[in-house]
Design a protein around this ligand. Structure first.
Ligand code: HEM
Length: 460
């Protein structure tokens, strides 16, 4: 058990918001709601599995609906024609300007970075077919199924991070392991100089700003926030532009160099600078922080159940189901408001009009008792281990899932090899960042290092 039983689960943390006890108390987006999300999901499952948020839709006067049932969420994400993503709507809006600029041989009038991503989506993957080709040809070899090519590098990074604190017996797990691991890995894959990581991380925080500081189900930023975001992202766009120019001059074995050289078979041509910036932007947006949240939750789960960790130590083949089950019970991306209905729909008997915004709550679907018996239990032998919604499903499933799975597998393989047991250290508050990601702010752990060559390490 833990050094302090009152610290047992993050949901018991003090928070600005009281634990919801009835549907009236449920607000998934209010300040402090993060501390009680899982209690809210139980109420939603029992009383409002399709929960209407009046006036919160995309178009003025329309509504948003929170989907919390596994079957509804799976149905939505698997059918991108019927449930359109907001990004495809944005792409359709800017496509005429891009096509016009292309015909005139000029650049479309759009600021860099954020819009580079949308521009690259509009030109490289506007249709389902091109979306698939984009993934297969451009990202899969680096962050999808091809991510196993980074095994040696990720192992080295994990070991180097561990070397920094293994003799101390105590670690702040997030800043000293869970955060730097994916940051260093992604910077290495893209080919950014490692000394630029602090700057990249700062830009990364601006990229994810709507998902952290955005208000309500639409993650709305204030005017000032949008202005500071635009400024930071412009600087990021220039930085990537310089990197692309440098890679075109002196290509290396990294993803940006690859993108400068590759012929995109689906369109039979090379990529432009703005398209490369767009692809890179999406990688940083999706990949810089998400794996951190998974690792941080996993560390808490092994502190809360010492047997779990010992099972991983005695049988390393359990690391993979451990990762899948822990991502199921603590989804890093708890929910996204990214789909619009294109016709009237009925979910769980609830009428959802055409043009409604759907907030798909992956985390709630993952603990839907109709889909999973004893949904909060981690069971390595579940029938469809890995069938969770944390990376979404269907054609738009997370393109970086391969990389994240490799990172998590290596992280826990190295941790279990080098550390005998973890415990919570005193002083944890288990509070979470705002927004829709499950991000614990700080995690102090005590641990016993494993003996090296039969010897205890110094300090033990
Ligand atoms: C634990 C780690 C991660 C989680 C939980 C996660 C989760 C998700 C989810 C739920 C989506 C939305 C899919 C949809 O709309 O149906 C998504 C999209 C995306 N993810 Fe991840 N992700 C993770 C790691 C990564 C990594 C490591 C990368 C890249 C290196 C990445 C890149 C992306 C990108 C680019 C998209 C947008 C895809 C599109 O344009 O449609 N993700 N991710």
């Amino acid at each position: 058990m833990t050094s302090d039983d009152s610290q047992k689960t993050p949901n018991h943390a003090l928070s600005a918001m009281q634990c919801p006890v009835s549907l009236d108390d449920v607000d998934l987006f209010g300040p402090g709601s993060q501390e009680h999300w899982y209690e809210a999901y139980e109420i939603l499952h029992a009383e409002a599995p399709v929960h209407r948020l009046p006036g919160e839709g995309f178009a003025p006067g329309s509504d948003a609906f929170v989907l919390s049932k596994y079957s509804d969420i799976a149905r939505v994400v698997k059918d991108p024609e019927r449930f359109r993503t907001l990004l495809t709507v944005a792409i359709d809006a800017i496509r005429p300007a891009i096509e016009e600029a292309n015909q005139a041989g000029t650049k479309p009038e759009l600021p860099p970075a954020m819009n580079a991503m949308i521009v690259s989506m509009a030109t490289l993957r506007p249709t389902q077919e091109l979306y698939r080709a984009h993934r297969q040809e451009l990202t899969d070899p680096w962050v999808g199924p091809g991510a196993t090519r980074h095994t040696a590098m990720i192992t080295r990074v994990a070991d180097e991070l561990l070397d920094r604190w293994i003799e101390r017996g105590q670690v702040e797990f997030i800043s000293e392991f869970a955060r730097p691991l994916p940051q260093i890995v992604l910077a290495t894959i893209l080919g950014f100089p490692l000394e630029d990581i602090p700057q990249l991380a700062e830009w990364g925080t601006f990229q994810v700003m709507p998902f952290v500081y955005g208000k309500g189900p639409r993650n709305k930023l204030s005017r000032e926030q949008m202005a500071s975001q635009a400024e930071a992202l412009e600087a990021f766009g220039h930085y990537v532009e310089d990197q692309v120019a440098e890679k075109r001059r002196r290509p290396q074995d990294d993803m940006i160099s690859f993108l400068t050289k590759v012929t995109y078979q689906a369109l039979g041509r090379k990529l432009s600078d703005v398209e490369i910036i767009g692809v890179v932007y999406a990688m940083v947006l999706g990949g810089l922080e998400t794996t951190q949240y998974a690792l941080a939750e996993q560390a808490q789960l092994v502190c809360e159940d010492a047997n779990l960790y010992q099972e991983l130590r005695t049988d390393p083949s359990r690391v993979r189901p451990f990762i899948e089950e822990t991502m199921r019970v603590r989804a890093p991306t708890q929910g996204l408001s990214t789909r619009l209905t294109t016709r009237d729909e009925v979910f769980q008997g609830v009428h959802v009009p055409e043009g409604s915004l759907l907030h798909i709550r992956f985390a709630a679907g993952n603990v839907d008792p109709e889909e999973y018996a004893c949904p909060h239990e981690i069971q390595f032998d579940r029938k469809r281990v890995g069938g969770h919604l944390s990376f979404s499903q269907g054609p738009r499933t997370c393109p970086g899932a391969g990389l994240s799975r490799v990172e998590q597998t290596i992280a826990w393989s190295r941790l279990t090899e080098r550390i005998e047991r973890f415990r919570y250290a005193p002083g944890n508050k288990f509070l979470h960042q705002p927004g829709i990601m499950l991000g614990t702010l700080e995690l102090l752990l005590d641990f016993d290092a494993a003996p090296v060559n039969g010897q205890n390490r110094p300090g033990e």
